[in-house]
Design a protein around this ligand. Structure first.
Ligand SMILES: Cc1ncc(CN)c(N)n1
Length: 222
């Protein structure tokens, strides 16, 4: 079993809860309240800005040019391909560019992005990848699952979202990160692998919390 197979297996019960979350299911069957989706789009836009910074840090921690290029490509895809989806949805849903940019990150968005940045700052490329891998991998898994639902890809509101996250282009980021982490894991001690697994599990938990935050449109209580 590869290291990423091992951590995917450990995270299975968390990922399954994300797959079954009413927000995710609502995108797939088209029943999600559009106000919850708008809330999600704005929070996710802010999240992706911080996520992009973590990817940029990957180019700094990379030990070779191929790895640097891989992170540079992922950064470009996030800023100019994935975030374009958010900009297009914002326009279509009547959210101005200014309102999108001015979104105040909610408690889960802030905690999640701060945690990723903190793991990346510990200085090991493996920790950085463990902290971002569930983002790329679980969205692709969810995209592929939802794409199988009748009508999901053509849905007037949510079809574009499902198309993006089930696309080969998006999936290739996660596949590349999986390869990189498996390569790096070969040089790690068992204690280091346990630490990477804990980081991966925490990000997986934050992924679930992000769906839940969006579904409940949760912001600061005071
Ligand atoms: C919260 C979250 N996690 C992951 C992804 C996929 N990059 C995303 N857009 N948003």
């Amino acid at each position: 079993m590869t290291f990423t197979e091992r951590i995917r297996q450990s995270a299975d019960s968390i990922w399954e809860k994300s797959h079954q979350h009413p927000f995710v299911q609502g995108i797939g069957n088209g029943t999600l309240d559009i106000e919850a989706f708008k809330f999600y789009m704005c929070q996710d836009y802010k999240y992706l800005i911080e996520y992009s910074k973590v990817i940029a840090m990957g180019t700094v921690l990379a030990k070779d040019l191929d790895t640097m290029s891989g992170f540079a490509k992922s950064l470009d895809e996030t800023l100019n391909f994935e975030m374009d989806l958010h900009r297009q949805y914002a326009e279509r849903l009547g959210i101005s560019k200014e309102a999108l940019e001015a979104t105040v990150p909610g408690p889960v968005t802030l905690a999640y992005s701060s945690n990723m940045l903190a793991e990346a700052q510990k200085g090991s490329l493996a920790s950085l990848i463990a902290a971002i891998l569930p983002c790329a991998w679980s969205y692709y898994e969810i995209g592929l699952e939802l794409a199988k639902k009748p009508g999901a890809l053509e849905h007037e509101q949510y079809g574009e979202w499902v198309k993006m996250y089930s696309s080969d282009e998006f999936g290739s980021i996660g596949k590349w990160l999986i390869e990189k982490l498996d390569e790096l894991a070969k040089g790690c001690t068992e204690a280091e692998l346990d630490d990477l697994e804990a980081i991966f599990l925490n990000t997986s938990r934050y992924e679930y919390m992000f769906w839940d935050m969006a579904y409940n449109r949760e912001s600061w209580p005071v």
